[in-house]
Design a binder for this molecule. Structure first.
Ligand code: AMP
Length: 116
């Protein structure tokens, strides 16, 4: 999508360093990291919301690709053994600020401030 920052990053229109890439997914570091490791796992396909994903003809494939990338991203960042946290922000009350679905992966320190 033309004015989507994550589309531009995922498709190389804005330079960034991918910590992981496959046919369907990229991962890059969050510009405002909340932990020593904080990356965003992003589908190459533009999907704005979880509702749009559920209605998308390839929604299962897109979501599956995101989930299956998680351990590979964690391994690339060296946090597989130490552990990490995933965060999804959906919609305005959920704190979603970029309307292109993504998963936050945080680690590199003890994230003891758990909510659940
Ligand atoms: P969310 O609030 O869940 O939508 O998360 C969006 C995240 O994208 C925020 O943590 C931002 O810091 C991050 N972000 C926005 N623009 C960029 C960018 N150009 N490069 C890296 N991270 C970004």
């Amino acid at each position: 999508m033309a004015d989507c920052i994550f589309c531009k990053l995922a498709h190389g229109e804005i330079p960034t360093t991918f910590v992981y890439e496959d046919d369907a997914v990229v991962a890059f570091r969050d510009m405002h990291p909340k932990a020593p490791v904080h990356v965003l796992i992003v589908p190459k396909t533009h999907v704005e919301t979880i509702e749009a994903l559920a209605a998308h003809e390839n929604g299962q494939v897109i979501w599956g690709a995101l989930l299956l990338a998680i351990p590979k991203v964690a391994a690339a960042l060296g946090v597989s053994a130490s552990g990490y946290r995933l965060i999804n922000n959906f919609g305005r009350d959920g704190g979603q600020s970029v309307d292109h679905i993504h998963i936050h992966l945080l680690g590199g320190r003890n994230l003891g401030d758990r909510m659940v």
